[in-house]
Design a protein around this ligand. Structure first.
Ligand SMILES: [Zn+2]
Length: 312
């Protein structure tokens, strides 16, 4: 990607390693001097195989993990305040997007599409928490179409393969994996009902964790992340797709500091070890303080954005 989606080719570059599983390879990113995003320029080809398989997780089926996630997300859906407290410590609780879906007061006739749904854990959590609308998930990595309990429909494919229109489209930790963010948002907009909402959760580049940890920042996630966006770059992508940012929810978590500390110490994150959990418990107080400061200053490493169609 010689050119950023914003049209600029200028910027400074850096090289990063894969730090979730310590796979070999070096990945070159460029920080765009126009929109501030960091985009993947080159990747050593030997490490491209199976980046999303195995332990990466979105397609894994684990009864215990799904149950814990459903329970935590259920609490977050029903009580936004409790959700923020739990979600600041447990990064798999999507309290930002859950709060937006809850506030939409969607009824049983509402239609929700989750883009990049994996095994459907987010949709199962929503159903379990009491969301009554029709739930559809789409993911190109699924083995085939599936119908889950509660009438949740999972479809293998891209957004363009979906029929019908939706009141809410959630894109949670997916947009950063795309080297065509404008195309993805435009396709989502085409599937939106009049007055509908697109909810995007992404890591944000350039905040406190990036400044503190640099290439050990855990949400850099080279080379899976093709674009690390900024507020500015998301705004440009949204505008090019006929959307506007209506709201930003700062929902970063202690993971930005704890996960980065683990990577900095050991060189990789998974599998987690007992010492990592001890580190979390020992430093939880200071991590929580740092999260609160980063959020207040708009420098947390993640946000959920509410997008609506631009007035034409
Ligand atoms: Zn740019």
């Amino acid at each position: 990607m010689d050119e950023c989606f914003c049209g600029s080719t200028r910027g400074s570059s850096f090289e990063a390693r894969e730090t979730l599983f310590e796979r070999e390879g070096v990945h070159k990113y460029q920080i765009c001097s126009n929109c501030g995003s960091a985009r993947l320029m080159e990747s050593s080809p030997t490490v491209q195989d199976d980046l999303y398989g195995g332990e990466y997780g979105t397609l894994r089926e684990s009864g215990a993990r799904t149950a814990v996630r459903c329970l935590a997300n259920c609490l977050a859906y029903r009580s936004p305040r409790l959700g923020e407290s739990i979600g600041t410590i447990l990064p798999f609780v999507n309290y930002g997007v859950l709060g937006v879906v809850r506030a939409s007061q969607a009824g049983h006739k509402s239609r929700l599409l989750d883009v990049g749904c994996g095994a459907g854990r987010f949709l199962r959590s929503l159903r379990f928490a009491g969301f009554r609308g029709h739930c559809v998930g789409i993911d190109p990595f699924l083995c085939g179409d599936r119908l889950l309990a509660g009438g949740i429909q999972l479809i293998r494919g891209d957004i363009s393969d979906i029929h019908g229109h939706f009141d809410i489209i959630t894109i949670v930790h997916v947009l950063e994996h795309s080297d065509g963010p404008v195309r993805m948002l435009r396709l989502a907009r085409e599937k939106l009902k009049d007055g509908g909402t697109i909810v995007v959760t992404i890591p944000l580049f350039g905040g406190t964790a990036w400044r503190r940890y640099g290439k050990d920042w855990v949400q850099l996630d080279a080379p899976r992340h093709a674009y690390l966006h900024t507020r500015t770059s998301l705004g440009i992508a949204a505008s090019a797709a006929g959307l506007r940012i209506e709201q930003e929810i700062h929902d970063s978590t202690v993971f930005q500091f704890w996960g980065s500390d683990v990577v900095k110490r050991r060189g990789y994150l998974f599998p987690l070890q007992g010492a990592d959990l001890s580190l979390l418990l020992r430093r939880l107080g200071s991590y929580l303080r740092d999260v609160a400061i980063a959020k207040r200053e708009g420098l947390g490493d993640q946000s959920t954005f509410v997008l609506r169609a631009s007035l034409s």
